[in-house]
Write a protein that binds this ligand. Structure first.
Ligand SMILES: NC(=O)c1ccc[n+]([C@@H]2O[C@H](COP(=O)([O-])OP(=O)(O)OC[C@H]3O[C@@H](n4cnc5c(N)ncnc54)[C@H](O)[C@@H]3O)[C@@H](O)[C@H]2O)c1
Length: 323
């Protein structure tokens, strides 16, 4: 794909993954519109787009007129979502409204205004639920452990139906836990590593819940590369793919790495999973993403140690903007 000629819409463009994608696209010369409703409790942060040559449109995909935003775009990176698992449990109707109903609104708007645009949809490993085998490939049964998993699965499937019935080129990437610069670190709403980073930079201990669970953490630059490759590889259009990251590590190993990279007295405590979280916990997860690697040639390039070091360095000078 010649990004210098591309007109691109990034929904959720002020959030963690969306803003990193906006930076990468703008650097490649694409004409980018970042659409974001700055939902309370999500990862949106105006600082995420600092220094980025994009047009930011503050609008809500549940109610805004989406057609003008889709007009003439070549690619839609679709990342807007209600991402909180506890939030989805507390208010499943609000969760469905964004992750499923508003997806249908966007599909209809895109059908009218950008019928040929490629869509890369940000999906999630969450709806596989507690894995019955590891690593998890795309044939693993779907068994959402929570309302958010149900709504994200529905949203993905509406997009795949659009591929099958209208012929739109759609790729859905089922992401594992992602981390890196522009992650929400104020609290634990966006990946446990966010609050860990905040705590170590503030000189406070952080908490590890459980500790033996495995995760294949994906560094954001690798995730961004995967989105770009997904858009520009016609062979993968029409498919859903798992996207993993670094080799699986336990939460305790990730915590120890974080402490080591932070240096100077950083430490953590361990505790049992809180009752309300334990009910929706998925245990260990790591992806078999060999299908995506084979289709696109993508492979993660940033090791867990390097990614944690880079993340800590990035936040050291920007902490105030993220608290
Ligand atoms: N970060 C991860 O580890 C991870 C893992 C699996 C899947 N995902 C998926 O990737 C996508 C991006 O996630 P993220 O981590 O960057 O989260 P994020 O919260 O940082 O980004 C989502 C953005 O969508 C925006 N948004 C939400 N509802 C909206 C609405 N109604 N109208 C307009 N904008 C709205 C939010 O304001 C936010 O900026 C999501 O679809 C998420 O489900 C992320």
């Amino acid at each position: 794909m010649d990004w210098t000629r591309a007109k691109v819409l990034v929904t959720g463009g002020a959030g963690f993954l969306g803003s990193n994608l906006c930076h990468a696209l703008a650097e490649r010369g694409a004409k980018v519109t970042a659409l974001d409703g700055f939902l309370f409790g999500g990862g949106a942060n105006p600082a995420n787009l600092d220094g980025c040559q994009v047009e930011l449109v503050r609008a809500d995909i549940r109610e805004g007129d989406l057609r003008p935003l889709c007009e003439g775009v070549d690619v839609i990176f679709n990342l807007a979502a209600q991402t909180s698992h506890m939030g989805g449990q507390r208010d499943p109707l609000a969760d469905i409204a964004v992750n499923a109903v508003a997806q249908v609104r966007l599909i209809q708007a895109a059908r009218e205004a950008a019928p040929h645009a490629v869509v890369v949809h940000a999906s999630t490993r969450q709806f596989y639920g507690r894995p019955i085998r590891l690593p998890v490939d795309e044939t693993h049964p779907v068994a959402p452990p929570d309302a958010n998993g149900v709504s994200k699965f529905a949203g993905e499937q509406y997009w795949m139906i659009e591929h099958r019935t209208a012929g739109r080129p759609v790729v859905s990437l089922r992401l594992t836990n992602c981390y890196g610069p522009r992650l929400r670190i104020r609290d634990a709403r966006q990946t446990f590593l966010g609050i860990w980073i905040r705590c170590v930079l503030e000189g406070r201990p952080f908490e590890v819940w459980g500790g033996s669970q495995l995760r294949d953490m994906a560094y954001v630059d690798d995730v961004t590369q995967a989105f770009l490759r997904a858009a520009s590889t016609p062979a993968c259009h029409g498919n859903v793919y798992n996207l993993g990251g670094s080799p699986p590590a336990s939460l305790l190993e990730i915590a120890e790495l974080t402490v080591r990279e932070a240096g100077g007295g950083a430490h953590f405590t361990t505790r049992e999973f809180p009752q309300d979280r334990a009910a929706i916990d998925i245990g260990s997860y790591h992806a078999d993403d060999s299908a995506f690697r084979a289709a696109t040639g993508w492979a993660p390039e940033v090791s867990l140690q390097e990614g944690i070091a880079r993340s800590l360095d990035w936040y050291r000078t920007r902490l105030a903007a993220y608290l």
